[in-house]
Structures are given as structure tokens and as C-alpha cells.
Design a binder for this molecule. Sequence first.
Ligand code: ADP
Length: 314
Amino acid sequence: MPIIQVENLFKRYNGVEAVKGVSFDVKEGETFGFLGPNGAGKTTTISILCTLLNFDSGVALVNGFDCKREPHKVRSSIGLVFQEITLDNELTAYENLKFHCYLYNMNRRVAEERIEEILAVVGLSDRRNDIVKKFSGGMKRRLEIARGLLHRPRVLFLDEPTLGLDPQTRSHVWEFIHKLKKTVGNTVFMTTHYMQEAEVCDRIAIIDNGGIIALARPDELKRSLKGDTIYIKTSDDEKAKTEIREKFGLSARVTDAGLSVLVEGGEKFIPKLFDRLTTEVLSVNLKKPSLEDVFINLTGREIRDYGPAARFRG
Ligand code: ADP
């Protein structure tokens, strides 16, 4: 049985349709990514699954428990790391973690071991007795993630887990999540708009405008593009687009990065392009398929066009 089951989920906020008929399953032990731009409906979906938000219709089950009817059972079997900082500023790092251990009824010896282990992982062992108020935004995020992992939940929910962290801390966090997966085998459900993070997921659902527009393994998504993407800037993109259709039988898309054309064997196509196009070519870029290209191909936009995540408060 899947550890997360979502069927035809709908959520409206005062007329805004945030989630429109989303369906997916997550298998036990999977790292499942919800990839999408700001405003796509990622936080709404994850909040529903964590029982922090009610939904209008559909089915949402986590660990076999119904998110609507059995919220307490759902909550006791999951870990959460949200974008908002929810640490107690007046307590030390150690006290924040200890408090969490009490809430989860962890025995004292296990709690002490896990606190030490997790503080080392997030690089905060030497700050264990400092009050959180003095921490930087990045340090607070690290502590927040440490706390979410402390009780080794069957499903760990991460909402934009590394937003605002420096690249080194981001990679430490990911290393730890992978290590944890190997030892405990827990499921990770994460939302992100970072393509690189999505690459490490076992499967990804791409969400845009409240709906899932693709769901597969990252390599499958990339293979679905069937070729390389060539970005071409010209003196007249509309004219070049027509020429590309007439001379090569290919359909080009107008994007902010210029015309984009999907071709097999991009290296061989570029010389032919220069040879046969009468429109002046200003620049050409060849890109092997990436998740960004998958997104552009599906939506016609780049993920960063949507602007920074609104809720990030560092
Ligand atoms: P994401 O996490 O992908 O950035 P959200 O789930 O936060 O997207 O938002 C999806 C849509 O719902 C957006 O149009 C957003 O403006 C809207 N929305 C989110 N929260 C609220 C709210 N509390 N009230 C009204 N609209 C909201």
C-alpha cells in the first residue's frame, strides 16, 4: 500500500483555486519531490497532508490514516519542516530539541543520543547551549531540520527545506537526508522550486497552477524531451521560427531565452542552422535535457519567471 495516497484533491481560498484535482501516490521509502514555481499549490498540498489545512474534496491518506478524519494519527507518524521558523527563540538549541523529544515521548537516553548526533550533522554542536534568538536565519533552518528528523518519522515532510541556506549547508542537509534514508528507510516528501534538489528525488511531480502536469522519475522526464534543446537568439524571432518550420519541419517556441527548438543530435543541427537560415543569428546555445527544460517544454515559461518564493523570511 502506498504510504501517501492523494486522489482528486481540491482546495479553494475565497475563490482562489489553489489545488485543482491533484492525484498521486508515494511509495514507502521514496524521496518524492513536488516541483513547481511560486504559487503553484505546493504548500497548500503539503499543508493538507500534514493536517494543518482542511480541503474541499478528494482523498488524502498518510500512513493509511485519513487526513480529515484521523489528523492525530497522521501527525504522530510524520515529521515536518516548514518554511516558517517555529523554534522557541528564548530557548537554547539543545532545549528546543529536548522539548521536541518530550512531545514525542522519547526515552531520556535515546533523546540524548539523537540530540548529539543530529547537532553534529547540522554543524551546531558547539552552539548547543546558545539561545536561538542569537542564531542567523541559516542556523535556525538547520536546527529546524534537525528537530524534524529527531523522532525518525516514517514520513518526513519538507516544505522548501533548503530555501535561503548557503550551498555548503544545503549539500550537508541532503547528505544527511540520504544517510537517514539508508539507515531508517523513511519516506521523504518535499516541495521545492530548486531544480537541483528535484534531481535527487526518486520521483517528481511537476505542479503548475494547481495541477500536476507531469509525474515520473527525473531521468524519465528528461528522456521524454527526446533530444537536446537549442536556444537561438536572432534579429527576428518570428521570421526565424517560420523558417525553422519550413526548412527543418521543426516547431520552435518563443521563450525569454530566445527561440527554443528540440532536436535529436543538437551538435549536428547547429551547422545546418547557420547554413540554411537567412535570418541573422545572434547567439546559439545547446543544452542537454535538464528538468528546467522539461518545465519550459510543458509550460512555455522558466521556473524563475515566477519570482522569489513569497513566504521566505530568511
Ligand atoms: P506554492 O507553495 O507552490 O508557492 P501555495 O500553495 O502557497 O503555492 O499557493 C497556491 C495559490 O493559493 C496561490 O495562488 C496563492 O496565492 C493562493 N493562496 C495560498 N494561501 C492562501 C491564503 N491563505 N489565502 C488566499 N490565497 C492563498
